[in-house]
Design a protein around this ligand. Structure first.
Ligand SMILES: [Zn+2]
Length: 72
């Protein structure tokens, strides 16, 4: 029998910091907790992506015109 152990510590939910995937902006020091609420969170595969409030606003304008209202 194989003794393959140690596959439990792969789920690292470490704080890697917020970085806007659109413009690369980062929240000011101390503002990360607030940014997590205001920024748009998405998932790209297994990664978590963040879009800052400024970019999400800009994206929303273009998205609203393209996507069906039912999508929301
Ligand atoms: Zn941005």
């Amino acid at each position: 029998m194989d003794t393959s152990t140690g596959s439990t510590a792969s789920d690292r939910s470490v704080d890697e910091g917020l970085v806007c995937t659109s413009c690369g902006a980062t929240p000011p020091p101390g503002q990360e907790p607030a940014a997590r609420l205001t920024w748009s969170r998405g998932t790209d595969g297994r990664r978590t992506t963040w879009t800052c409030d400024r970019c999400s606003r800009a994206n929303l304008r273009s998205i609203e015109g393209k996507l069906d209202p039912a999508w929301w």
